[in-house]
Design a protein. Structure first.
Length: 278
């Protein structure tokens, strides 16, 4: 027996779920007019689409942050999708913002905790599935990290696909925001692997030494000086890839460490986070 579904009922379901008009009408017809059953049908559709697209690449999306009023703590979230079109979608961006609010306000520490958290009458994970069903693309929380310190300066690069948090110390009576923004832009552009050479993982150091030795031998250098050459290449690697030793992109006459010194002899970067999509 056919069921008459009114435009009002379709609109109510659309308002409740955010799904398209035709999807809502089909769900109501399949559910025999039962509103709650129609919601379940739409959710199952989202789960089906989500499963079907689980292996797709999510190389688009947004990187956003949230900062405490006194600027001593910030969190950064990357929320990803398949296309730039969806990344600009209002529903996608609103869900990203709501997820970040929940994570930040509840002091959550990882993606698993976020997914299981409540969002409205559902969970974050279910709301993502619902949006997948509505939009038809794979959507996921790629990364979530928090940084705490004396003062945190955030930066989102143009396009909203790359973000940086910088923690600065000894910021009293210093324009740390200006310094922090320049440092954050440096991190965005040059992607340092550590603050200084002491922060570089030992496995990376060993790999660079090995590469240096192999290059020296291929160039025909005597074996008795290969180690010395490799150590020299390692120092160059530290200079290029650790933040404080890097050449400042806005003024190549100084390093980042010396740039900080133009503000104060005590101002320093304690730590940083860099999050990107793609």
């Amino acid at each position: 027996m056919s069921v008459n579904i009114s435009a009002k009922e379709v609109n109510e379901l659309r308002q409740k779920t955010g799904s398209g008009m035709m999807d809502c009408k089909k769900a109501l017809v399949e559910a025999g007019g039962d509103f709650d059953n129609a919601i379940d049908i739409l959710r199952k559709k989202g789960q089906k689409v989500s499963a079907a697209r689980s292996n797709r690449e999510t190389s688009e999306g947004v990187v956003i942050y949230k900062l405490t009023p006194n600027k001593d703590k910030a969190s950064i979230l990357s929320f990803t999708c398949e296309t730039d079109f969806v990344a600009k979608n209002n529903d996608f961006q609103e869900l990203a913002s709501n997820i970040l609010d929940i994570a930040f306000e509840n002091n959550l520490s990882n993606v698993e905790e976020i997914l299981s958290s409540s969002l409205g009458s559902s969970t974050v994970e279910q709301e993502i599935v619902n949006l997948v069903g509505k939009i038809g693309e794979k959507i996921e929380i790629r990364e979530y990290q928090t940084l705490e310190g004396e003062k945190i300066v955030p930066y989102i690069h143009a396009g909203n696909k790359l973000g940086v948090l910088v923690s600065l110390v000894n910021t009293t009576s210093v324009d740390y925001v200006a310094a922090g923004k320049d440092i954050a832009m440096q991190i965005a552009a040059m992607n340092p692997i550590a603050l200084n050479k002491d922060g570089v993982d030992q496995s990376i150091i060993e790999k660079e030494i090995e590469i240096g030795k192999e290059q020296a031998l291929k160039e025909g250098k005597p074996e008795n000086i290969v180690e010395k050459i490799a150590q020299g290449k390692l120092q160059k690697f530290f200079k290029d890839n650790t933040l404080l030793s890097q050449t400042f992109v806005k003024d190549n006459s100084m390093t980042i460490e010396s740039y900080l010194g133009t503000f104060s002899s005590d101002l320093s970067v304690e730590k940083f986070l860099r999050v990107s999509i793609g």
